[in-house]
Design a protein around this ligand. Structure first.
Ligand SMILES: [Fe+2]
Length: 195
C-alpha cells in the first residue's frame, strides 16, 4: 500500500515550557558534571503517569506530557538526558523499542526537548517503520532552546552529525502503554542524585 506523503512526521512546538522551568532544569543538568556523560543515552528512567515528580527533570517530563503529548493509553514515560557533541554522537539511526524485552515493542510516541541551540546535531525522523525496507521521507529539527519535537514511536530516526561545537543537551521522553522491561525509576536507579 502506498504511504501517505502529505502529513508531517514531526510535530515541533516552540516555547514549549515556561522559561523559568527550562532554566531550573538546565541548572540541574549542569550539576551532574561528567556523571555518566558517555552513557547518557543509555541511562534511562521510568516515571509512572500518575507519579509525583522527584526532581526538576521529572517536573519537566510531566509538564511536557500534560501540555503537549496527552495520549489516552499512556502508562508512563521513559526519560533520559542526552548529552553529546555533534562530532561524536553515541547513537546510530534506530527504532526506539523495549530493549530488554522479549517482544519487540515500540513507544506510542517518542519526543525530544532541546535545551540549547547547536550547529549540526539535528534530529532526523524518517517515515520508515519496522518491516518497511526503506525510508521515502525525512524531516529534520534543529536544536534550539525550549523547542519540543514529537513523533510516532515506531519511526526510524537519528541525529545528524556536525562540527564539535557546543555540548548538545536534550531531554528525551518516550511515552509507553506499558513500562519497558528493566527500566528503573530515578529513585531506584541511584544515578544522577545531583538533580
Ligand atoms: Fe531514539
Amino acid at each position: 500500500m502506498p504511504r501517505k506523503k502529505n502529513f508531517t512526521l514531526v510535530r515541533v512546538i516552540e516555547r514549549a515550557l515556561p522559561d523559568r522551568l527550562v532554566s531550573k532544569a538546565r541548572r540541574a543538568i549542569a550539576r551532574l558534571g561528567n556523571e555518566r556523560m558517555r552513557e547518557s543515552y543509555f541511562t534511562t528512567f521510568w516515571l509512572d503517569e500518575d507519579a509525583r515528580p522527584e526532581n526538576v527533570i521529572e517536573e519537566v517530563v510531566l509538564a511536557l506530557w500534560k501540555k503537549h503529548a496527552r495520549v489516552s493509553n499512556c502508562a508512563g514515560m521513559e526519560w533520559w538526558i542526552g548529552r553529546a557533541y555533534a562530532d561524536r554522537l553515541p547513537i546510530e539511526f534506530h527504532f526506539d523499542h523495549d530493549i530488554k524485552g522479549r517482544a519487540r515493542r515500540h513507544p506510542i510516541l517518542s519526543s525530544v526537548f532541546f535545551f540549547n541551540s547547536v550547529s549540526g546535531g539535528q534530529l532526523a525522523v524518517t517515515d520508515q517503520t519496522p518491516g518497511v525496507v526503506e525510508a521515502e521521507r525525512l524531516e529534520t529539527v534543529k536544536p534550539r532552546r525550549n523547542r519540543y519535537a514529537i513523533f510516532a514511536g515506531n519511526l526510524f530516526h537519528g541525529v545528524l552529525g556536525g562540527a564539535k561545537g557546543r555540548l548538545r543537551v536534550t531531554l528525551v521522553v518516550n511515552y509507553w502503554d506499558r513500562r519497558p522491561t528493566g527500566v528503573p525509576t530515578w529513585r531506584e536507579s541511584g544515578a544522577y542524585r545531583a538533580l
